[in-house]
Design a protein around this ligand. Structure first.
Ligand SMILES: Nc1ncnc2c1ncn2[C@@H]1O[C@H](COP(=O)(O)OP(=O)(O)O)[C@@H](O)[C@H]1O
Ligand SMILES: [Mg+2]
Length: 404
């Protein structure tokens, strides 16, 4: 519990979302929601729009949100109902999320929207979706700017299976953890993804532009090594924190990176790893033509071990896996509060599923003790009984939100 005391010394003021407005976002034509900075419980029937609210909040941070959705899928599908509130909304956007957020007592207005834009492409006028971000009414140069004002940590039901199956969702989870500590990481991963796509396209097109390929490989190697270095640094930091501050209820864990570039950084200076990486990309050009992925930071896996049992997470029970996931995000949140001096917003979608009553109540008490804003959803209000004096309760009905 030493961490809690230290956190209250470091984080003096509250951070979170004070107002959220959605326009043509999923099932919402128009929704205005003014939560307090405390645990916020959102209940409602299946399909009432609980996850959609959390997804909207996740768009106040860099990336594609908690569903990794395609921008076009978010635009509300049904034709607009004639509502007074809808008539007031700005319709030049395809969909929009706007919010007043507070970071350590200081207020900012963040908005993000997708606009229809047109571009001429090979003599053809094509329409595409463009995501724009504004901070206090000023257009931000990149989405990554959002990371300066708001941080969110989420757990969704899809993540219940994160330790099973392929590494991609684990790698995204890992990179989200890293950029919650180091906002430059969002730029690095976006840049790497862009370079990698360019590189693939060029190799597959058959254009033998060796200079261009070498230049892409050079940039991929240097960006890749900085991605690997950031991952190593943050995971080491988290492991040290977990070692020092083991949770009293949730399982103690050990985090590991399983990736060639990350491992090489154990033995060699970054500059040598970069040379190796560049060369290895050069030699994997032919693999791309065989539809295989090149080795590197785009293939790294994130391994989690249940320490006491020395068991890899993928071999743990469903409930244990959920507890491991909760354990990671609790440690990440506490460690982040200590390092960055402000609290992330927690987005916990149906988080109590698979947790036994002791763990469920412990989690709710721990969230309360951290004095942060946590949005939690469920179909059942009663499962949050222990928070009846500490949380705000809302219910969703007919695409509107009501306090209850
Ligand atoms: N683009 C969209 N336009 C309109 N409705 C949508 C869109 N995307 C999803 N929905 C609907 O929103 C509803 C609420 O979804 P969700 O928030 O996931 O519900 P839940 O409360 O179960 O978490 C669902 O009925 C879903 O079909
Ligand atoms: Mg849901």
């Amino acid at each position: 519990m030493a961490a809690l005391y230290q956190i209250s010394e470091v984080v003096k003021e509250k951070s979170g979302v004070k107002r959220l407005t959605l326009t043509d976002f999923r099932n919402y034509a128009y929704l205005r929601f003014e939560p307090e900075i405390c645990p916020v419980i959102i209940t409602g029937e299946n399909g009432s729009g609980k996850t959609n609210i959390l997804e909207a909040i996740s768009f106040l941070t860099p990336g594609r949100g908690l569903r990794s959705a395609k921008m076009a899928d978010i635009k509300r599908l049904t034709p607009a109902l004639v509502e007074e509130s809808y008539a007031k909304a700005d319709k030049s956007y395809s969909w929009a999320v706007s919010a007043d957020v507070v970071k350590n007592g200081e207020e900012f207005t963040l908005s993000t929207a997708v606009q229809k834009a047109q571009k001429e492409y090979e003599n053809d006028l094509r329409t595409f979706d463009r995501r724009i971000v504004q901070i206090d009414g000023q257009k931000a140069s990149t989405q990554a700017e959002l990371g300066k004002y708001m941080s969110a940590v989420w757990v969704t039901p899809q993540m219940d299976r994160i330790f099973l199956g392929g590494p991609q969702p684990r790698r995204s989870f890992l990179d989200r953890i890293v950029y919650s500590f180091d906002i430059e990481h969002a730029k690095r991963t976006a840049l790497f993804e862009h370079l990698y796509k360019e590189w693939l396209k060029l190799i597959k097109s058959g254009v033998k532009d060796n200079l261009w390929l070498l230049s892409l490989e050079d940039q991929m190697a240097s960006t890749g090594v900085s991605i690997a270095a950031a991952r190593r640094e943050i995971i080491a930091r988290l492991n040290t924190f977990i070692e020092k501050e083991p949770d009293d209820v949730f399982p103690n864990l050990r985090l590991e990176l399983d990736g060639k570039i990350e491992q090489m950084l154990d033995q060699k200076p970054a500059i040598d790893v970069e040379d190796y990486y560049k060369e290895s990309l050069y030699h994997s050009r032919h693999l791309i033509l065989e539809n295989e992925a090149a080795e590197g930071v785009n293939r790294t896996d994130f391994k989690v071990y249940f320490k006491k049992k020395n068991m890899p997470a993928e071999l743990c029970s469903t409930g244990e896996q959920k507890s491991l996931l909760v354990s990671i995000i609790l440690s990440q949140t506490k460690c982040q509060m200590l390092d960055k001096g402000f609290a992330p917003v927690l987005l916990l979608d149906e988080v109590t599923t698979h947790l036994d009553d002791i763990k469920k109540d412990a989690l709710l008490h721990k969230i309360c003790d951290l004095k942060l804003q946590a949005f939690m959803t469920s179909t059942d209000k009663d499962s949050f009984g222990v928070l009846k004096n500490d949380a705000q309760f809302f219910v969703l009905k007919n695409n509107q939100i009501f306090e209850n």
